[in-house]
Write a protein that binds this ligand. Structure first.
Ligand code: NAD
Length: 331
């Protein structure tokens, strides 16, 4: 089976490519414009096309040449702050880019699509844990681009018979067990890499935005899900799509929440570094608690997480960051 992985040189896509490449059944083609991704994250022997999903001619060539059976769509612009500052750019990349990809799929009769959606579509969810059937209520342009694509997929199933799975990731984190690939966003906005930069002496302290929330230690609670567990969920989703020929949407988290202070403490334990933390004002729009209800994905897809403790997750990230002090260093 041939799988086109858009955004496969990015953080989550590269971990999926790594997992898929260990199985015989799949031929992988990575499409990435390398605006944020890293060619070094792709294993040798994997076909790679440097292309932009907004380039219709490039898509036509790639679909004609490789004739994929499935598209896994990771590529997107991913910063909430940037999306607020430049919403048109975000809708162009995340929505228009996806439309072009879906048009190429329709033309070339590719029926299966797996989409990297986000817990962000639920906004300031009024109820936790967040179930798969809760109504999306995005509160920023980035989140809205994901919600719009989810709707687009439902209409495309109705019109063209597309079969898709939307996977709404909660906080993706950690790194491959080998320590060879990991998280290298530019700019880095994710909590665990930022904390580990303190342990590496690259920043003086980590900011805690608000310690007066109604949570056990006053700091925000989030659901952290290991990137390899996200990758295996994609493979389970793919198997389900082929087996059942049925569209679905799933939340992917651990079902457990950790406070910011708990994450910092886990990093202190893993790195044996004191990691200085500084409490600052709350950020606008940060909900106190976001936790996924993921049991439906487990039951329906047969997905099982391998990483169950926050220490294990942080340790895997630390293994990567320790050996890649400046990330992939390829931009
Ligand atoms: P990432 O930035 O590491 O990966 C995105 C990849 O897409 C990059 O390699 C980039 O070069 C590529 N790309 C962007 N625009 C492109 C375009 N127009 N054409 C071709 N390639 C393009 O981000 P990530 O953290 O790996 O996220 C992957 C997906 O998961 C995104 O869709 C993101 O919205 C979603 N997601 C991520 C998280 C998280 O915690 N990281 C949480 C929820 C959802």
């Amino acid at each position: 089976m041939k799988i086109l992985v858009s955004g496969g040189a990015g953080y989550i896509g590269s971990h999926l490519v790594r997992e898929l490449s260990t199985q015989q059944d799949y031929e992988i083609i990575v499409l990435d414009n390398l605006s944020k991704g890293h060619i070094k994250s792709i294993p040798n022997g994997i076909k790679f096309e440097k292309a932009d999903v907004r380039d219709k001619k490039a898509l036509e060539r790639i679909f004609s040449e490789y004739k994929p059976d499935v598209v896994m769509h990771f590529c997107a612009s991913i910063s909430v702050e940037e999306s607020v500052a430049d919403p048109l750019e975000y809708y162009e990349n995340n929505v228009v880019g996806t439309i072009y990809l879906l048009q190429a799929m329709k033309k070339h009769n590719v029926k299966y699509f797996i989409f990297s959606s986000s817990a962000a579509i639920f906004g300031n969810a009024k109820k936790v844990p967040i179930t798969d059937n809760m109504r999306p209520d995005p509160i920023n342009p980035y989140a809205d681009t994901k919600a719009v694509v989810e709707k687009l997929l439902a209409w495309s199933e109705n019109a063209y018979g597309l079969k898709y799975i939307c996977l709404r990731y909660f906080n993706a984190c950690g790194a491959h067990e080998s320590g060879e690939i990991g998280e290298d966003h530019d700019p880095e906005t994710h909590l665990i890499p930022l904390i580990l930069q303190v342990a590496l002496g690259q920043r003086d302290s980590i900011s805690i935005f608000g310690d007066d929330y109604e949570t056990k230690d006053g700091t925000c609670v989030r659901d952290y899900i290991h990137v390899t567990d996200l990758a295996t969920a994609h493979i389970k989703a793919l198997e389900y799509l082929i087996r059942e020929n049925k569209s679905q949407s799933f939340n992917l988290g651990s079902g457990e929440g950790y406070t910011v202070k708990e994450i910092i403490n886990a990093a202190r334990n893993v790195t044996s570094h004191p990691i200085q933390a500084v409490v600052e004002a709350r950020r606008i729009g940060d909900p106190a608690v976001l936790i996924a209800e993921s049991t439906r994905a487990e039951q329906i897809l047969g997905w099982k997480r391998k990483y169950n403790t926050i220490e294990d997750i942080v340790a895997s990230a630390w293994k990567y960051h320790k050996s890649h002090i400046n990330g992939y260093n390829d931009h």
